[in-house]
Design a protein around this ligand. Structure first.
Ligand code: NOJ
Length: 614
């Protein structure tokens, strides 16, 4: 797993309702057919509040739908598939970067922030996508990479051209240590001096993608800092010109009609100005832990989550808010890539009254537990309910940087049932839900089997321990045609063999499919008042097999949600104060038993039950 896996232990608390015991399982039928959500049928869908109970769908444009046969997905392909997304019920699409880029990090190395990469289309195609999505009440969110640019961006080309170029200070340049210090600067600038004069890198900081985070530039005889690939130099956020440049870029896209941004790698904008070494993490044996690249694991204490990020976010939020009213009605939303170590750090990402920051910093505490452990889920869900000052949680389990859900939660036997469990936690909890293309059909992680096939450079550096991220970026599986309907050409990554059974076409016609389940859950999230806006209260808090919670909102019937985290049947007994002990089924696992009463809800292996308390 990657830098994304930063998880901390948190508290468990709070129960309103109790449950007792376990018993047998019996199965009956399936709930009714799914109909597409009609615009306007949702609760709290006002322009200002659209993001508060929203469903956001992440699209990796390269892998979603190819429209021109070059084997690479594109914007017109996404436009062709908007009706599918409308039927699924999504409110917004987060597009990973589609700006011009050398594609070293598949778009996260941007060389021009105000255009579209020709591989993906044109600005006109982008405008058409925004307009067509708008007609279907779907908003477009862009990915904004402010930590670094491509080394082919004009700013960096200028910056590296000489030490006195006006753009020099737009990036993080430092002298090497040791030998270099013994050389007067003017002499060092003379080209052709021996390479050994560079000395050692300024400190021990490492790239997330392996090895030193410092790259020597022979022409100007200094090192530049790159938290990610060598081709992704970090910009210098101590330079006010960087602030203005990014505000200008943000305005450019907001004026084109986007509804917000996901801020990439936002916690790494700043580094320790004193360049102190980072601590080396040791294992239980006291020896340094070594990562897949063969480097010691560092504690990230000097390059991640430094306080400077908060004023920057306040500034960006104030800027974006000026687009949310008047000429541009509708909240423009800021989502953060915020892998925080604990709920208190996540809470800070929302900002404070009068100084707001993100609308929706991602909570990865729940989604990246990577183990079906009821107690941890309960504690983390409780944290996000109680620990973020009444803000809106953004739950996320999956993205283009982590192995898919099958690899992190599956058992190889009940993978689809387990994904029903996961999707229920995601979509039946309070707040906004974000999922990754293909999750809704159960796409499987399919990593390359040979080093020579790897596309993500970190998979080459880290092979075979770290195979990179190709496995979670394979083409969307639409149907049973060649290449799963993704392209008429040669796909940039192979289509997984599982596409013959896991695809939209087949699942669309199967009422018991995972796709049908997602559609039903999303629909419930939108139309049921308790699920749309009710608070989450954990139930039956000693149960280690079944996670249960109740959603309750003033004036609405409470809704109970139960998910069996085990491969064995379980019986749960709930007693809800003020209820008649009955429940009306809203949704349950295909074949799941109809409960007799609240004090006898039988769940099959990895079974789910959602019911309205009567
Ligand atoms: C996080 C993105 O999600 C990942 O794909 C990218 O490689 C890094 N940030 C660097 O931009």
């Amino acid at each position: 797993m990657h830098w994304t896996k930063r998880i901390a232990k948190t508290l468990e608390s709070c129960l309103l309702v109790l449950s007792l015991g376990a018993g047998a399982y019996s199965a009956i039928g399936q709930t009714g057919p799914v109909t597409a959500l009609q615009p306007g049928s949702t609760i709290s869908a006002s322009k200002q509040d659209w993001w508060k109970n929203a469903v956001i769908y992440e699209i990796y444009p390269r892998s979603f739908q190819d429209s021109n046969g070059d084997g690479i997905g594109d914007l017109n392909g996404i436009t062709q598939r908007l009706d599918y997304l409308k039927d699924l019920g999504v409110d917004a699409i987060w597009l990973t970067p589609c700006y011009p880029s050398p594609q070293v990090d598949f778009g996260y190395d941007i060389s021009d922030y105000k255009n579209i990469d020709p591989q993906y289309g044109t600005l006109a195609d982008f405008d058409r996508l925004v307009a067509e999505a708008g007609k279907r009440h779907i908003r477009i969110l862009m990915d904004m990479v402010m930590n670094h640019t491509s080394d082919k961006h004009e700013w960096f080309i200028q910056s590296r051209s000489s030490r006195d170029n006006p753009y020099r200070d737009w990036y993080v340049w430092r002298d090497g240590k040791g030998e270099m210090a013994n050389h007067p600067k003017d002499e060092d600038l003379s080209l052709g001096a021996p390479a050994t004069d560079k000395g050692a890198p300024p400190n021990n900081w490492q790239s997330e993608f392996g090895h030193s985070a410092w790259e020597w530039d022979p022409a100007t005889r200094q090192y530049y800092y790159h938290k990610f690939y060598i081709q992704q130099p970090d910009v210098n956020w101590d330079n006010p010109k960087i602030h203005e440049a990014f505000k200008d870029i943000i305005g450019f896209w907001l004026r084109r009609g986007v509804s917000g941004f996901r801020f990439d790698a936002i916690t790494t904008l700043f580094e320790d100005p004193n360049l102190a070494d980072e601590g080396v993490v040791t294992g239980k044996d006291g020896k340094p832990r070594i990562n897949a690249f063969g480097d010691p694991v560092l504690d990230n204490s000097k390059t991640d989550n430094l306080p400077g990020v908060h004023p920057v976010m306040q500034e960006m939020r104030a800027h974006v808010d000026t687009f949310s009213s008047g000429k541009f009605p509708g909240t423009r939303v800021l989502i953060g890539e915020t892998y925080m170590a604990n709920i208190a750090d996540l809470a800070k990402m929302y900002g404070s009254a009068g100084k707001p920051e993100f609308h929706l910093p991602m909570d990865t505490q729940v989604g990246m537990i990577n183990k079906l452990d009821v107690a941890t889920f309960r504690a983390r869900l409780n944290d996000v309910e109680t620990g973020i000052g009444g803000n809106i949680p953004l739950l996320v389990f999956d993205n283009h940087d982590n192995p898919r859900l099958d690899a992190r939660y599956g058992d190889g036997v009940h993978d689809i049932d387990i994904q029903r469990v996961i999707s229920t936690v995601l979509l039946a909890s309070r707040g906004t839900a974000l999922f990754y293309y293909g999750d809704e059909i159960g796409m499987k992680t399919t990593p390359p089997t040979r080093k020579e096939d790897v596309k993500d450079p970190m998979g080459v550096t880290g092979w075979p321990k770290e195979k990179g991220r190709d496995g979670e970026r394979t083409p969307m599986q639409w149907d049973v045609r060649a290449n799963a309907g993704f392209t008429k050409g040669l796909p940039w990554l192979p289509v997984p063999p599982s596409a013959s059974t896991i695809n939209v076409e087949i699942e669309k016609f199967n009422p018991n499919s995972l796709l049908a389940w997602y559609q039903r859950l999303i629909r419930l999230k939108k139309i049921n008042p308790a699920l749309a806006r009710g608070e989450n209260v954990m139930l039956d808090t000693r149960n280690t097999k079944v996670l249960s919670w109740v959603r309750q909102a003033p004036g609405a019937s409470a809704v109970v949600v139960l998910v069996n985290f085990t491969a064995e049947p379980q019986t749960v007994r709930l007693s809800v104060s003020g209820s008649g002990g009955k429940t009306r089924t809203l949704l349950k696992t295909p074949g799941g038993a109809e409960p007799v009463s609240l004090d006898q809800i039988v769940l099959g292996p990895f079974g789910v039950y959602i019911g309205e308390v009567q």
